[in-house]
Design a binder for this molecule. Structure first.
Ligand SMILES: *Cc1c(COP(=O)(O)O)cnc(C)c1O
Length: 253
């Protein structure tokens, strides 16, 4: 077997260089971009190697997987000597209502809040926590039917879509145990990453509109960009990029 830790460290170095170049092209600094290592389907050893390589943000897209891997990782971390800085766990996949409790028990932040009902359920179950749960609002701005998220492909042209979304956002912002940090989107799979640019630019423009409508919030984060399109996403303002294959290689299942 190849030395996985060496591979991950080498992939990370390359990624960091590409992130830095993309950020500079857009007049941004690389430290405005947080790399979320997407460890879905990968075993604990891979997450350990990624942690050793310096990664501190991990993403999983299924609660069932996270509820096994996250506690196992925490136990492993407790056995490590020295300063064992705990990582931040990001729930990046569609969240089913009946899994909200488990999601809250294991994840630090949720990128995939895509309805008022889900937000209200999170609010009810997050009530016992001391600090509000950081969340992002997942937006479907491409109109692709297979994608989750608030259906917002028409927001720029359709006032009604905009007003309804504002009303939903207003309700979510009123939930005291949730802290909205920004927006998340998934771009359609494209042969040329350049083709995804309008999707990312649209999410950024939507954030500007929300900033005007809800200036009490910073709307700091745009979670957008994956292995094939993160450079374009960074040029369009991504602050959180979710990277699996470019770090860990192709997934086997
Ligand atoms: C799997 C996944 C990613 C990472 O995809 P890669 O192409 O492996 O970088 C990012 N975001 C979400 C929501 C995912 O499910």
């Amino acid at each position: 077997m190849v030395d996985q830790a060496t591979d991950i460290a080498a992939n990370l170095l390359q990624l960091q260089a590409r992130i830095a170049r993309a950020a500079r092209r857009a007049g941004r600094t690389p430290d405005e971009v947080t790399l979320v290592a997407v460890t879905k389907t990968h075993p604990l050893e891979t997450i350990q190697a990624a942690y050793h390589a310096g990664l501190r943000h991990f993403g999983e897209n299924r609660v069932e997987e996270g509820r096994l891997k996250i506690p196992a990782f925490r136990e492993w971390l407790a056995t490590q000597v020295g300063t064992a800085e705990p990582p931040t766990w990001h729930m990046i996949g569609h969240l089913q209502h009946r899994k909200v409790n488990d999601a809250l028990a294991h994840f630090d932040t949720i990128h995939s809040v895509d309805s008022l009902r889900l937000a209200e359920r999170l609010e009810r179950l997050a009530g016992a926590r001391r600090a509000p749960v950081p969340i992002l609002l997942e937006c479907n701005v491409s109109g692709e039917v297979s994608k989750y998220g608030f259906a917002l492909s028409q927001w720029a042209s359709d006032r009604q879509t905009r007003l309804e979304f504002f009303e939903t956002v207003r309700c979510i912002l009123a939930l005291p145990h949730l802290s909205v940090q920004g927006l998340m989107t998934m771009a359609p799979l494209m042969a040329d990453p350049e083709q995804t640019r309008p999707v990312f630019a649209t999410l950024r423009a939507l954030r500007e509109v929300l900033r005007e409508e809800f200036p009490q919030l910073a709307w700091s984060h745009l979670s957008m960009g994956m292995s094939d399109d993160f450079e374009v996403a960074i040029e369009e303002g991504a602050t959180l990029i979710r990277i699996g294959r470019a770090l860990f290689g192709e997934r086997r299942h």
